[in-house]
Design a protein around this ligand. Structure first.
Ligand code: GTP
Ligand code: MG
Length: 437
């Protein structure tokens, strides 16, 4: 059965995806040989990449406030958060280190982003619903004279689930929009939003004119769907609407979760060649295997001998009835064939390698039988009727058969059945992954 990502609530995706990656990892450990070397490498690097991404968590929505110095990123951060946390300054540039507001937990991500602990405003355990899972980042200016500031922006922006590009109406006139950032982001499928800040300093009609001009500019740059919002961090105009946009982004799957999913889908696609269409490997009948091994190992002969003694047809049960290697080999091959019916040849080889070799299996079976306390068999005494003798014989035979098969079962379970089951499990897990695409 393939998991349907759509049905998962977004906040649990880290766990769900990690479970899938772990299953993929375990399956590849069991069944690596059934997969071409090239595909194997791809799958292992997928596992590594996904593990790294999932370690940071994929359940948060990273919202980055970016833009030129003085455009009002820190002021907007405070307006959205509802408290004066980020430092708003007159000296330019003001913000040199990323500042974060977090609704929920995101420690590993914040560490990775390099947000200093004193620069984190954490609303942990706080559930206001709409902002739950949001990591709001106040970034340094992207066009900074300070090169570390630029590095920070370049490092953080690719991770953003929503880029809020803050623009100062005056700076925009100085070509400070730097929409190249927006173009790259939109090409990567990252949603962008342009905030024309400081609108309290413009007349309504000028604000509309500038906003329209901004829209035109970014469209010309090839940035699709980047709405322009008119906002004032000072008066609070448009801040509620901005908060609603951020909350809207939080309601969708994060870019990181999408990336992990896309990676897994690609791995699944690559694995398709190693799998058979519509095959669903099943364990062959274990009772049939046990009975066949019992025959091959002389248990049936012992049961017959016991029946003969108990019914007076014979005087003794032979001591040792060794297992026939050729017969065990045959039973083993039949099992492997049945267990891999419909699967590609490579999987037959993998199952064959996983199941204990015939010689060792024969030894295990013999050892297990050697430890059996066989039920005592008594020869009939006195003048019993033929019918009674026959039933005694059947009972003695069946008692021997039962304990013998039990011993056989304890040998074949770990040496034949369980290894086969593990490979089947690995096959099913890979098949589940291939069906994601
Ligand atoms: N009138 C007005 N002033 C604003 C508005 N937003 C911010 N300011 C002022 O603009 C100046 C710069 O604001 P910041 O929030 O520090 O700007 P920033 O984008 O964080 O700047 P850097 O950290 O240097 O990149 C401050 O003096 C703010 O008070 C606004 O909407 N209207
Ligand atoms: Mg700032």
């Amino acid at each position: 059965m393939s998991p349907t990502f759509q049905e998962l609530p977004p906040r649990t995706e880290t766990t769900q995806l990690q479970a899938l990656v772990d299953r993929l990892k375990a399956s590849m450990e069991w069944a690596a040989e059934a997969v071409d070397a090239g595909v194997r490498e791809q799958v292992w690097s997928t596992v590594k990449r996904c593990d790294e991404r999932l370690a940071l968590g994929v359940d948060h929505t990273v919202v980055a406030l970016a833009g030129g110095t003085g455009s009002g990123k820190s002021s907007l951060f405070n307006a959205v958060v509802g408290t004066e946390f980020a430092v708003v300054g007159v000296a330019r540039p003001t913000t040199a280190e990323v500042c974060a507001a977090v609704w929920g937990r995101a420690q590993p991500l914040l560490e990775w982003l390099g947000v200093a602990p004193e620069r984190r405003l954490v609303f942990d355990g706080y559930r206001d619903g709409e902002m739950d899972g949001v990591v709001l980042l106040d970034l340094p200016d992207h066009d900074s004279i300070n090169l570390t500031n630029r590095d920070t922006v370049d490092r953080v922006l690719p991770l953003a689930d929503l880029i809020v590009w803050v623009v100062d109406p005056q700076k925009y006139a100085d070509h400070a929009l730097h929409s190249a950032y927006l173009k790259v982001a939109s090409d990567h499928g990252q949603p962008c939003l342009i905030v024309l800040n400081h609108v309290d300093r413009l007349s309504e009609s000028d604000a509309i004119a500038v906003a329209n001009d901004l829209s035109r500019l970014v469209r010309e740059e090839g940035v699709a769907d980047a709405p322009v919002m008119r906002v004032s961090a000072r008066t609070g105009k448009g801040v509620k609407a901005l908060r609603a946009e951020i909350a809207g982004a939080a309601a969708t799957r994060s870019i990181a979760a999408e990336a992990v999913r896309a990676d897994l889908v690609a791995a699944g696609r690559a694995l398709e060649g190693a799998l058979a269409r519509d095959a669903d490997p099943e364990l062959p009948d274990i009772e049939v295997l046990v009975a066949a091994c019992a025959r091959a190992a002389g248990v049936e002969a012992r049961a017959d001998a016991a029946a003969a003694v108990a019914s007076g047809r014979s005087v003794s049960v032979p001591d040792a009835l060794g297992a026939s290697l050729a017969a065990i080999e045959q039973v083993r091959l039949e099992w492997v064939d049945a267990a891999t019916a419909g699967l590609p040849l490579a999987w037959r080889i993998v199952v064959n390698d996983a199941v204990t070799p015939a010689a060792t299996l024969a030894e295990e079976v013999e050892e297990s039988l050697a430890a059996v306390a066989w039920p005592p068999v008594e020869a009939p005494k006195g003048l019993r009727g033929l019918a009674s003798r026959a039933s005694k014989g059947r009972a003695a035979g069946s008692a021997v058969r039962t304990v013998g098969r039990e011993a056989i079962r304890s040998a074949v379970m770990p040496h034949v059945v369980e290894p086969t089951d593990l490979i089947h499990q690995a096959y099913r897990n890979l098949d589940e992954l291939a069906e994601l695409s």
